[in-house]
Design a protein around this ligand. Structure first.
Ligand code: NAD
Length: 462
């Protein structure tokens, strides 16, 4: 057990066993914290907030940069915990990514806006701290998404209580341990608990804002509880991103990017490509190119960096993936690659799967797979493809693929999504706002918009 892991893991009799996603061996124990401990954490965050806000932007940013350096210096240890718990190849890369996002949140300028000026009269819009921000996160990028929540909240002078996913608590506890080395008591606290603790945090009367990344079902519950505490919400919810491959597309030129847009992190990405509509003129070559890549993609332990794909993180998600593939097969879809567990690698490995000859209405198209499976759907008319892409309740990301970027942008304008990528899918950047529409949630993260989302506005007129 590395030193960072042993600093957050508790004795077996006081904690819940956390398993390595690939081997299913116990890697440590997460504390089982109670609603009383949660209440104490919120009280400590409330007490610490005024002094933290009083430090000002420059000093808070200096501290956040120090923490980013420490995350980079701890990336091997932190990455090991991420890879154990989450299963991914490249846990260390996720740690460095988190440091990069933290630095960006420290560096972005947010000045008061002058709204009107006329002689001596002047109106300004200021961005002021909200108070205590609650962060509730998922298990697919526990540390990266943790920093997406924490960094702008702290930068804007709020204090934070974070509740990690019960599937991946240790990496988030380790991340928070690094933050706490540099921050006053109470500025950030992690509470490791189950859904009930998450619900208690969301409903807490002293929480000013909740930033939540997870499923649409849980997001709806958080909206309901916000009717009582009037907490502001940023909701990054489920996606079922569609891609449209236009006629005339050079299949070989895009196949790699399209494949990894779907299979990055073994498909466990909110804004992964989850269904692709391919014009009939390039349909068979596209299916063959994707199937070849699925068959060739090295899968195995995330600790072996020659692999590109790891396990599905947990048994519940594995059951969803299996059910969706089995259902497609029973409906007569063609399994062009994969289609079964890779039991030789471990209990939660599923072969990268390409499903052809499948239609809207099949569960694999309509439901979010959140795993290593991509349905490839044939279309003949672009307007029809746009209608079908927009036909589901989610609206997180989408992509358009084709030889003429301007023509692709025209199609992009008609897609209902928070981000539409052209000839790529899923890339995010700390300076470019990201967020969903429709049932994929509301509010923006990243960039100056992400900072504004962690502040209250105050107009000062004189
Ligand atoms: P989930 O909703 O099951 O759990 C997310 C978190 O919410 C966990 O920490 C859980 O303990 C907590 N929780 C559960 N019930 C709660 C309640 N009633 N009140 C408050 N908190 C509660 O989601 P998951 O399975 O961990 O994540 C997968 C989902 O997340 C997928 O749908 C995926 O698309 C989505 N996701 C979205 C984004 C994005 O940026 N839009 C990013 C990653 C994942």
């Amino acid at each position: 057990m590395n030193a960072l892991l042993s600093s957050v893991s508790v004795d077996a009799d006081r904690g819940r066993p956390i398993l390595d996603a690939a081997t299913r061996e116990v890697i440590g124990h997460a504390p089982i914290q109670t609603v009383e401990e949660l209440n104490a954490a919120v009280a400590a965050a409330q007490a610490a907030q005024p002094a933290w806000a009083a430090l000002g932007h420059a000093e808070r940013s200096r501290l956040l940069r120090l923490i980013a350096d420490d995350i980079d210096a701890s990336a091997v240890e932190l990455g090991e915990i991420i890879t154990h718990e989450q299963g991914k190849v490249g846990g260390e890369g996720e740690a460095h990514g988190a440091a990069h996002w933290l630095r960006a949140a420290a560096d972005i300028a947010l000045e008061p806006q002058v709204l009107a000026q006329d002689g001596d009269s002047r109106s300004e819009l200021h961005y002021v701290p909200l108070g205590v921000v609650a962060s509730i996160g998922p298990w697919n990028f526990p540390v990266m998404i943790g920093v997406w929540h924490i960094a702008p909240a702290l930068r804007m002078g709020n204090t934070v209580v974070i509740k990690p996913s019960e599937y991946t608590p240790l990496s988030v506890l380790a991340l928070v341990e690094i933050f706490r080395r540099h921050l006053p008591e109470g500025v950030i606290t992690a509470i490791s608990g189950d859904r009930e603790v998450g619900a208690a945090l969301a409903a807490h009367p002293d929480i000013a804002k909740i930033v939540f990344t997870g499923s649409t079902a849980t997001g709806r519950r958080i909206v309901e509880s916000s009717a009582n505490n009037l907490a502001r919400l940023t909701l990054e919810l489920g996606g079922n991103d569609a891609g449209i491959v236009l006629p005339g597309t050079d299949v070989d030129a895009i196949a790699d990017k399209l494949f990894w847009g779907a299979f990055m992190n073994t498909g466990q990405v909110c804004a992964a490509l989850k269904r692709v509509y391919v014009h009939e003129s390039v349909y068979e070559p596209m299916v063959a190119a994707l199937a070849a890549r699925a068959d060739a993609a090295p899968m195995g332990s995330g600790h072996d960096k020659t692999n590109r794909l790891g396990p599905v993180q947990n048994p519940d998600q594995f059951a969803i993936v299996s059910r969706l593939v089995d259902d497609a097969r029973e409906r007569g879809a063609r399994i062009a690659a994969g289609g079964e567990p890779a039991a030789d690698l471990g209990p939660l490995f599923y072969r990268p799967t390409i499903i052809a000859d499948v239609e809207d209405g099949a569960a694999i198209v309509d439901e979010e797979q959140f795993g290593p499976v991509l349905p490839v759907i044939k279309y003949s008319d672009v307007d029809d493809a746009v209608r079908r892409a927009n036909g589901l309740e989610q609206g997180l990301g989408a992509s358009v693929w084709g030889p003429d970027a301007d023509a692709a942008v025209e199609v992009a304008a008609r897609l209902e999504a928070g981000t539409v990528w052209i000839n790529q899918h899923g890339g995010v950047d700390p300076s470019i706002p990201f967020g969903g529409t429709k049932a994929s949630g509301y509010g923006l993260e990243f960039g100056v918009e992400g900072l504004k989302a962690m502040a209250a506005t105050k107009v000062i007129r004189r």
